[in-house]
Design a protein around this ligand. Structure first.
Ligand code: ZN
Length: 260
């Protein structure tokens, strides 16, 4: 039984990943995500359904458009694969809490889209952050890391929103004093607030720790590879998103951790 659920969630995730690719390409360009069907960005030919099967089509077409031979970015099958794998491991972990599984995996999907768009454009659309915050508030009632009556769960979720947004606001304030320019953006503020709705203030601490750690490694890597210098802008959203996804899968209460 488990293997059926696992395969189904993997294939479902691949298809969602394929749709996320459409959103990632179209939303920053202000294009509709529903119409028209996918088309090749070079020859504009509409892509046939059998050329649009997640991952498999990329392999069969050897990474090229079937009509004009334009190279297809490896990014597409990678995003499909990551989405498929995430969906199946979240299913394995949370299938006994179906509502939580549903809400947390939808949050992951939105966070993947936010991250890739932030990497490419350095922008975080508030639409995603508001959506995540609303879903997180509803999900507070099913959140296995929150306890108590409905209003205590709701308050925990709200505390995360205020702590998350407040933390980035404070960081921006200090950054402006030191660097005399905007060090972090409003987009990050809304995003961490939204993430807080799923995490509560306790879970946010580990999100911030994970994001800062991986983000610094990435920054140092860029400097070593001479692709950036110390004043370069770096997207922070993808690292916050990563910290959130890790915690949605396995919640790490940092306060309990250091006081134990
Ligand atoms: Zn083409």
């Amino acid at each position: 039984m488990e293997i059926i659920g696992l395969s189904f969630s993997f294939i479902f995730g691949l298809c969602v990943g394929s749709f996320l690719n459409v959103c990632i390409y179209r939303i920053p360009n202000n294009l509709s995500i529903i119409k028209p069907d996918s088309f090749c960005p070079r020859c504009q030919t509409a892509i046939k359904w059998y050329h649009n099967i997640p991952v498999l089509s990329y392999i069969f077409l050897r990474g090229k458009c079937a009509y004009c031979g334009q190279k297809i970015s490896l990014e597409y099958p990678l995003i499909e694969l990551v989405t498929g794998i995430l969906t199946s491991i979240f299913f394995l972990k949370w299938h006994f809490l179906p509502f939580w599984f549903l809400f947390s995996i939808i949050a992951c999907y939105l966070l993947i889209a936010v991250s890739v768009i932030d990497f490419k454009t350095m922008l975080i659309s508030d639409f995603f952050s508001y959506s995540i915050a609303i879903i997180g508030l509803i999900a507070s009632q099913f959140n296995p890391n929150f306890y108590g009556d409905w209003y205590q769960r709701l308050l925990n979720s709200l505390s995360g929103i205020f702590f998350g947004a407040g933390f980035i606001w404070f960081l921006a304030f200090v950054g402006k004093l030191i660097y005399k320019k905007d060090a972090v953006g409003d987009g990050d503020m809304f995003l961490l607030g939204a993430i807080g709705s799923f995490m509560g203030y306790k879970g946010l601490i580990s999100v911030i720790i994970i994001a800062s750690f991986i983000g610094s490694l990435y920054g140092v890597g860029l400097i070593i590879a001479k692709k950036a210098d110390r004043v370069s802008y770096m997207p922070f959203g993808p690292f916050l998103a990563l910290g959130c996804i890790v915690n949605l899968y396995n919640y790490w209460d940092f306060i309990a951790f250091i006081s134990s």
